[in-house]
Design a protein around this ligand. Structure first.
Ligand code: PGA
Length: 262
């Protein structure tokens, strides 16, 4: 990909790791990532692990903290929910929004996800907006129309001057946690389509700055070829982010890809 964007490798821990297990993992990741600053790195523990993670990451400038969800309202009677301001006080900089597991198991709609994206940007959190098709949608030839709807509706009313804070993650649902990865060409086709939607929404210069991550069984064995594609600017990593060594290898792959295009 072009050097205008910095690669991002983000770990989505999902509902794994207690605060203390997470602390061990982060310490391992700090070791593996080392001093490099050419690739952006983020870890997204569950809410209960954020405070401990923030303490460990104090003074570590090349690893950011992310959350896995938030509610769009600033405060109020929303039992079990967390606001953007609460995340900000824990030094969180990214928030994963609209993950397919939230869409599927918690009934999140494009409109609700859009409210969260707008609220996150308002609070200076960088949303990682997840999009992706089911196996059935792919087999029926609907991949691009589904992804296009999710991107357009998820980014509705995003102001142009904040659009470069957004990160998109393309995660084909059939590839998540299944060991089945999209081929680099399949992923690039969708990433290219997302890039052209971003051009329509925000213009060429801004669209070029927005990172589009691939997610879905990305691991050290397949990362190099995915990260070499023109519009793949990093990865949102589930399973392989729970092991410091494999996560570190993915950061190394992104570093190599970044240097190859420098
Ligand atoms: P996976 O998960 O890497 O385990 O497939 C990716 C994700 O759901 O973000």
């Amino acid at each position: 990909m072009a050097q205008v964007r910095k690669y991002l490798i983000a770990g989505n821990w999902k509902m794994n790791k207690t605060a203390s297990d997470g602390a061990d993992l982060i310490k391992g990741i700090i070791q593996e990532v080392g001093e490099q600053t050419e690739v952006g790195v983020a870890v997204c523990p569950p809410f209960t692990g954020l405070e401990t993670a923030a303490e460990i990451l104090e003074g570590v400038n090349n690893i950011s903290l992310g959350a896995q969800n938030m509610h769009p309202e600033p405060e109020g009677a929303y039992t079990g929910e967390i606001s953007a301001a609460m995340l900000r006080t824990l030094y969180v900089s990214f928030v994963i929004l609209g993950h397919s597991e939230r869409r599927e198991y918690f009934g999140e709609s494009d409109a609700f996800i859009n409210q969260k994206v707008l609220a996150a940007l308002e609070s200076n959190l960088k949303p990682i907006l997840c999009v992706g098709e089911t196996l059935e949608q792919r087999e029926d030839g609907h991949t691009l129309s589904v992804v296009s709807r999710q991107v357009n509706e998820g980014l509705k009313d995003v102001p142009k001057d904040k659009a470069d804070q957004v990160v998109i993650a393309y995660e084909p649902i059939w590839a998540i946690g299944t060991g089945k990865t999209a081929t680099p060409e399949m992923a690039q086709e969708v990433h290219g389509e997302i890039r052209s939607i971003l051009v329509q929404l925000f213009g060429e210069a801004t669209a070029k700055k927005i990172r589009i991550l691939y997610g879905g069984s990305m691991k050290p064995a397949n990362a190099d070829e995915l990260l070499a594609m023109k519009d793949i600017d990093g990865g949102l990593i589930g399973g392989a982010s729970l092991d410091a060594k494999s996560f570190g290898k993915l950061v190394s792959s992104a570093l190599a890809a970044s240097r190859a295009t420098a």
